[in-house]
Design a protein around this ligand. Structure first.
Ligand code: 5GP
Length: 205
């Protein structure tokens, strides 16, 4: 049976990742959104098991020891990781999985699965990113500077990604459509269809 593909969506805070991912999921495609575990506290209306699995540091470290994470990383002092159970069973059943994770985790995914598709979502420029983060008006100057510094680091890994999408103002739906196209294209990759020659010769007309 044909396996599903792993899609990784990364991008700095303020790039619009969650909106793009949510809209993609709403288009009724054959996608499972991988719900990560994290040790950070829930924010706003976030629900356990929906937005994240909220776990303690001890639980997370136990999970690492037991090999329960497909990838994991630390981000601003907290653990974030993709449980194997959110990925492997879906891929085996031919369902595509989308991970919304930061760059260190994305590199681990690529190292494990060369067919994984890495997509970086970016604002059109650093200046726009800065304006968006300041425009939210919800974070302290210190936090904004931390996120900007982190964004600079993340963009260093630009060439390790397969695709990038530019989320300019009012361009969210364009990004969703482009991501959908990228997903569709993967179906026609010879590498993703290793059984095709066998099927080709075995087909009885
Ligand atoms: P936030 O705390 O804003 O929800 O997430 C912080 C960062 O962690 C974001 O860049 C988010 O994409 C990333 N992240 C969320 N889940 C995971 C995960 O399972 N693994 C890794 N490596 N990063 C994650």
């Amino acid at each position: 049976m044909k396996k599903g593909t792993v899609f990784v969506l990364s991008g700095p805070a303020g790039s619009g990742k969650s909106t793009v991912r949510e809209r993609l999921m709403n288009r009724g495609l054959n996608f499972h959104y991988s719900v990560s575990d994290t040790t950070r506290a829930p924010r706003g209306t976030e629900k356990n098991g929906v937005d994240y699995g909220f776990v303690t540091k001890e639980q997370f470290e136990e999970g690492i020891k037991n090999g329960n994470y497909y990838e994991y990383a630390r981000y601003t002092g907290e653990y974030y990781g993709t449980p194997v159970s959110q990925l492997t069973p879906y891929i085996e059943r031919g369902v595509n999985v989308i991970l919304e994770i930061e760059v260190a985790g994305a590199m681990q995914v690529k190292a494990k699965d060369e067919n994984a598709v890495l997509v970086m979502l970016l604002p059109p420029s650093y200046k726009v990113l800065e304006e968006r983060l300041r425009g939210r008006g919800t974070e302290s100057e210190e936090k904004i500077l931390k996120r900007l510094a982190r964004a600079k680091e993340e963009i260093q890994l630009f060439d390790k990604y397969d695709y990038f999408l530019l989320n300019g103002d009012g361009k969210i739906d364009d990004c969703v459509r482009q991501l959908e196209l990228i997903a569709e294209t993967q179906q026609y990759k010879t590498k993703n269809n290793p059984d095709f020659p066998r099927i080709f010769f075995n087909t009885e007309e």
